[in-house]
Write a protein that binds this ligand. Sequence first.
Ligand code: B12
Ligand code: SF4
Ligand code: SF4
Length: 358
Amino acid sequence: MADRENNLSSSSLLSQRLGVSAFNSNSSGHALALAIKARASEIGFDLVGIASAAKSVYADRYRDWLAAGKSGTMTWLSNRVDERTDPGVYFPGAASVICVAINYHSPLETFSREDQAYQGRIARYALGDDYHDLIKTKLFKLADWLKEQIPTIQTRCGVDTAPIMERELAARAGIGWIGKNTCLINPRIGSWLLLGEILTTLPLPVDSPVDDHCGACTRCIDACPTHAITEPYSLDATRCISYLTIEHRSEIPRDLKASIGNWLYGCDICQDVCPHNSRAPSAIDEGLRPRFATGSLDVREVANWSDETYRTTLRDSAMKRVKLPILKRNAATVAGNHCEATQKSKEIHPRMHTNGHE
Ligand code: B12
Ligand code: SF4
Ligand code: SF4
């Protein structure tokens, strides 16, 4: 309570600047929220919304998901569950969460027919600079600005690694809805979005969630090559190519190898097919533009990379989440899948040829 009083009295600084008498009145709270959003946009976020720091309403669902073994070897997801499902436990005193999103979509060049065979695809989010650093820098800027206005408040910034459920918070903040592929989708921009947040002790007026626009569509479920979306809004991570190529550090299960196709790092299929991504705008932030124009690398080259090539090619890239041996494992999977496909087509081709002459 004392904290809240402090927040309210010191907030008069900003409310004076905003030309409103007391920040705890409805209109001044809204003016403050608008000022935060305007600053967030100046800093370079595409979307911003405000959510309450209340407990997750999907906590039981999350526990069931873990209990069903759907997190695989990501054992860190089972740690700090009380924090993950309640922002107030993770950050005591948290009253609001300022949720931000940044668009990372960029059109990719198509590869030539000759090059196509050994191209290992990289998920779009990992094509530019490491988004963790890029978003954190912007979040710190926004948090510092907010603390300049209201010095007594506390803030904590998070991007991906904090033990919080970022999609649920962003959905609560009205940034988008959670689609059947489990991604957060904004009705205007689509789902090529990376999320971040500032938890704060500052009470703020919250935004309203947006409606679910998935309707009767099942394109993502139908297109997933490993059947990882086991039912709408539910993902078995142990089958997801993103998990298999990034988080899973041992041998890739035999029955899933072929379905990985030509994905070297991550997977974008369930977002590529989503109709809400068909008119996705391009990323504003230069840092998120692809460093590999075709969004892919030649897996024969990756298989021969030295430590030095790995370090220089992937300097400041999110792809460094996997060490070189895992990247080489993935390169071998893609190359193996290509050879198998070629072998199969050789087996099929003569038969078709013979049939054609019978
Ligand atoms: C672990 C993890 C993964 C795992 C598991 C993914 C998953 N779907 O759970 C793996 C490695 C597979 C993965 C893959 C990807 N990830 Co990831 N991942 C995370 C991480 C670290 C935790 C997510 C988590 O807790 N998963 C467990 C599930 C059960 O929890 P959840 O997804 O939060 O789901 C809960 C809510 O959705 C809630 N809920 C809220 N509203 C609603 C509404 C309804 C109707 C329902 C039913 C449920 C529901 O219920 C669920 C259960 O509690 C988050 C960062 C974070 N701290 O949140 C990034 C994050 C989710 N990942 C992200 C990205 C970009 C990806 C990939 C696109 C990367 C890629 N291209 O390869 C893929 C997408 C795959 C997919 N279809 O989800 C972004 C998502 C951005 C977005 N637009 O949604 C995040 C938020 C990171 C970030 N800061 O931007 N990821
Ligand atoms: S990222 Fe790929 S493997 Fe994972 S759910 Fe989406 S389509 Fe399936
Ligand atoms: S592909 Fe269809 S069902 Fe899947 S997330 Fe997009 S709109 Fe929803």
